[in-house]
Design a protein around this ligand. Structure first.
Ligand code: FES
Length: 59
C-alpha cells in the first residue's frame, strides 16, 4: 500500500528501509530515494519505525 504519495513510497518500502538500518523518518526517505515533502505520511512512517523489531526493543 502506498503511504507516501509525494515519494511513491509503500509500506513495504518503509519496512525494507527500516530493515536496512533506517532509524528516523529522514533516513527512511533517503533510503527510498526521496525526502520529506508535505509530511502527511510522517505519522505512518513513525508508526512503522516504532513497530519494527530492532535490537533496541528486544528483537
Ligand atoms: S505524502 Fe509523504 S512527504 Fe508527502
Amino acid at each position: 500500500m502506498i503511504i507516501c504519495l509525494c515519494n511513491a513510497m509503500s509500506d513495504g518500502d518503509v519496512r525494507a528501509a527500516v530493515a536496512a538500518g533506517a532509524a528516523r523518518p529522514k533516513d527512511v526517505y533517503a533510503c527510498c530515494g526521496g525526502r520529506a515533502q508535505c509530511g502527511c505520511c510522517t505519522a505512518t512512517v513513525l508508526q512503522i519505525l516504532r513497530e519494527a523489531p530492532t535490537a533496541a526493543n528486544g528483537a
